[in-house]
Design a protein around this ligand. Structure first.
Ligand code: UT7
Length: 320
């Protein structure tokens, strides 16, 4: 059966590090509160002259090199972001140009917020497996520091900037075993940036708004549900999952999901401590870390789980 497989991974974090202690000097919070409630120790902040496409470019170059390819080999770019460079063109088209690809294949953005990478990977998998594309670049890239109200301690401590990427190639055997995507727009109010441009003005707040505890409860429920959906489709018991890579939002959400799957904490890939919630970038960044440090090995099963504004959620099960 035609399928796709991940052939290379990459990641990029901007140079500036903002620690919990430094944040506590700006807003009424503490390192202890942030650490115990979220597991976050620090986040990275993009430089003023860095765009989302620049973060994506660094991560993409790494992933393409790891796959032993050249940018000119890429004939599909699917880029997940909620913080695009501009309203249009898509950040994927800007990335394509920065990679030096001319007269290339399709390049598109996916807007599924923190589920964006799982959505993008599922879309690219279908295109590669069907033969519509050969060598796909799938990216999650975000600059949330620009949509945060830095006076709102309830949100500004949680997020950070970064990018992660993978290269997806055709394969005789999966690879990507199964993927499952969901959305329920009736929950859009609990996590949103309602502002939009109207007659040259921003109408509504351009800052991230979140009902933290509603998001928390929703996330724990749907992450476990969509993991079970993938296991059922693959006819695989949960204990055969070697690594779970959930969206890196909050260590307590990740631990609660592992409990619901009856899997030990040791099989969880955690990088949220190092970069906070980087939305669509968090899963490919965590994947890259676990691939490069040798934790993920050939033949193992990796479960990626996304959840985010929309609300959207999804799973991608990979046999490495
Ligand atoms: O990609 C998905 C994006 N979103 C998320 O993943 C967020 C999901 N939600 C969460 O991670 C958690 O709900 C939070 C970390 C946001 C909050 O944790 P919590 O245990 O649900 O705390 P809480 O909302 O119940 O707030 C407890 C207290 C409140 O004070 P009072 O009303 O009890 O006096 C807050 O005002 O903590 C206060 N608080 C803070 N205190 C110090 C809220 N933010 C802060 C802060 N520092 N940064």
């Amino acid at each position: 059966m035609p399928a796709s497989r991940i052939a290379g991974t990459g990641r990029y974090l901007p140079a500036e590090v903002l620690t919990n202690e430094a944040l506590a000097r700006r807003v009424d919070t503490s390192d202890e509160w942030i650490r115990t409630r979220t597991g976050i120790l620090q986040r990275h902040i993009a430089a003023a002259d860095e765009a989302t496409s620049d973060l994506a470019l660094h991560a993409s170059r790494e992933a393409i090199a790891a796959a032993g390819m050249q940018p000119s080999d890429i004939d599909l770019i699917v880029l997940a972001t909620a913080t695009p460079d501009m309203i249009f063109p898509s950040t994927a088209c800007i990335l394509q140009d920065k990679l030096g690809i001319r007269n290339g294949g399709a390049a598109l953005d996916v807007g599924a917020v923190c589920s964006g990478f799982v959505y993008a990977l599922a879309i690219a998998d279908k295109m590669v497996a069907s033969g519509a594309a050969r060598n796909a670049l799938v990216v999650g890239a975000e600059i949330y520091s620009r949509i945060l109200d830095w006076n709102d301690r309830g949100t500004c401590v949680l997020f950070g900037d970064g990018a992660g990427a993978v290269v997806l190639l055709p394969s005789d055997a999966p690879g990507i075993v199964t993927s499952h995507l969901h959305a329920d727009g009736s929950h859009r109010g609990i996590l949103c940036v309602p502002g939009h441009v109207h007659n040259g003005q921003v109408t509504g707040t351009p800052y991230l708004h979140m009902d933290g505890s509603a998001v928390f409860k929703f996330a724990v429920k749907v992450l476990a549900d969509v993991a079970h959906e993938a296991l059922a489709a693959a006819d695989l018991p949960a204990e055969r999952i070697d690594w779970v890579i959930p969206h890196q939002a909050n260590i307590r959400i990740m631990d609660a999901t592992m409990k619901k799957l009856y899997l030990p904490h040791e099989r969880l890939v955690v990088t949220v401590d190092l970069h906070g919630n980087t939305s669509a970038a968090s899963i490919p960044m965590a994947l890259d870390v676990a691939v490069r440090d040798g934790r993920i090995r050939k033949g193992q099963h990796v479960m990626m789980l996304g959840v985010g504004g929309g609300f959207t959620w999804g799973s991608v099960l990979v046999k490495w």
